[in-house]
Write a protein that binds this ligand. Structure first.
Ligand SMILES: [Mg+2]
Length: 388
């Protein structure tokens, strides 16, 4: 940890700034991946679109002294958009700048690009660079990111299996059965139709924690009308029930009028918007997403904002690469009791980290290495890289 300036105490927000740092950001490479789903569970979809493969956007950042960091931008159906934002707008503002002063670089890029929007593809691209720079900072210091963030002895995190949408109750039951048999004790559904949600509870039994992500499908009236049935399902929380996602007052009203536990935040692009969400009394669980919000730099700010208001943070990580590792490290360091990791369960034919990052009995172990702790498997990159 030569040159690392450790400030504060465990749990504090310390800076990874390196006193002797001179390396500059020399190269940024975007690497889109497309990995097929196995065919055993047909009918997977998301937001009405058939799902046969998972697209990811990895970003490889190299400093002029040869340290490589890995980041990830939220991809899903939009990898081409985030890749273009990175190549044309974000990367030119980052190259040649100090790789260690992450906060200053993120502030610089946000100010330069704010006219193009304060969220979406540009922020996803920026998130990838931020995560990669934290990976580099950890590798240079010889410390895991969780330690840079003031984390202590947490070595394993509970996960919940985050399923695709299957709509048809029998298919929902089949998917729930698979993850229960895999050892998960908490499951997230991406379902907005009551029969599908009830089928999941019937299949899971009473001991499994159930999360319902409605994908912003409902009006306030509609959600209030479902409240009694949703209470009967017994959810850990109800995620993004209302359209539009920034209807914070509507979420607060739903929460107040029904007593349903509400979660939201993955579609928020700035920490100031998170403050508004929290101050509206809209959520029981705040859901910042490291690959959507601006990386670890912004993510840890949300942990502090939420802690000050006694709101739990349940990070969003509906992805499998460096963004997932960013959520694991940050939650391990800053999350409270009951914090879980979203483990996207698509049953893919290959994993970005091969066999090095898996769950056992619904728990994931923090990788031992410095930085994010793992680099993507080069064979997986070679096999599943595709053009956008
Ligand atoms: Mg969601």
């Amino acid at each position: 940890m030569t040159g690392l300036r450790r400030l504060g105490h465990p749990g504090s927000l310390i800076s990874p700034t390196l006193e002797t740092m001179s390396a500059v950001l020399a190269d940024i490479e975007v690497i889109p991946l497309r990995i097929q789903l196995k065919p055993e569970l047909p009918g997977a979809a998301l937001w009405g679109g058939e799902l046969t493969a998972a697209d990811s956007l990895l970003v490889k950042v190299t400093t002029d002294d040869g340290i490589i960091g890995w980041g990830e931008a939220f991809g899903l159906y939009g990898t081409a958009l985030a890749a273009r934002a990175l190549d044309e707008l974000v990367a030119p503002l980052c190259l040649g700048r100090d790789a260690a002063d992450i906060a200053a670089l993120m502030d610089h890029v946000q100010r330069k690009l704010h006219v193009f929007g304060r969220g979406g593809a540009i922020t996803y691209a920026l998130s990838a660079v931020d995560i990669a720079l934290w990976d580099i900072a950890g590798k240079r210091a010889g410390l895991p990111i969780s330690t840079l963030l003031g984390g202590g002895d947490v070595r394993a995190m509970p996960c919940y299996a985050s399923l695709a949408c299957y709509t048809e109750p029998q298919r929902v039951r089949a998917a729930v059965r698979r993850v229960v048999d895999d050892g998960f004790t908490a499951i997230k559904l991406h379902e907005s139709q009551l029969p599908a949600i009830q089928a999941a509870r019937d299949e899971a039994g009473p001991a499994i924690a159930l999360i319902v992500d409605a994908g912003c499908a409902w009006t306030l009236d509609h959600a209030q009308g479902l409240a009694a049935d949703l209470h009967a399902v017994d959810m850990l929380f109800l995620e993004e029930p209302l359209w539009p996602p920034e209807n914070f007052d509507g979420l607060a009203e739903l929460r107040r009028s029904t007593g349903l536990p509400i979660a939201s935040g993955e579609n928020i692009g700035t920490t100031m918007e998170f403050e508004r969400l929290l101050d509206a009394g809209a959520v029981d669980f705040a859901q910042p997403s490291p690959a959507k919000l601006g990386g670890i730099t912004e993510l840890r700010k949300v942990f502090a904002l939420a802690a000050a208001r006694d709101v739990a943070v349940m990070t969003h990580s509906f992805y499998d690469g460096p963004g997932l590792l960013a959520a694991i490290h940050t939650t391990a360091a800053l999350g409270g009791a009951g914090a879980m990791i979203e483990w996207r369960w698509f049953d893919l034919e290959a994993s970005i980290y091969g066999d090095a990052l898996t769950t056992t009995a619904g728990r994931v172990t923090l990788p031992d290495g410095s930085g994010l702790g793992l680099d993507p498997d080069p064979d997986v990159i070679e096999t599943y890289r595709f053009g956008v």
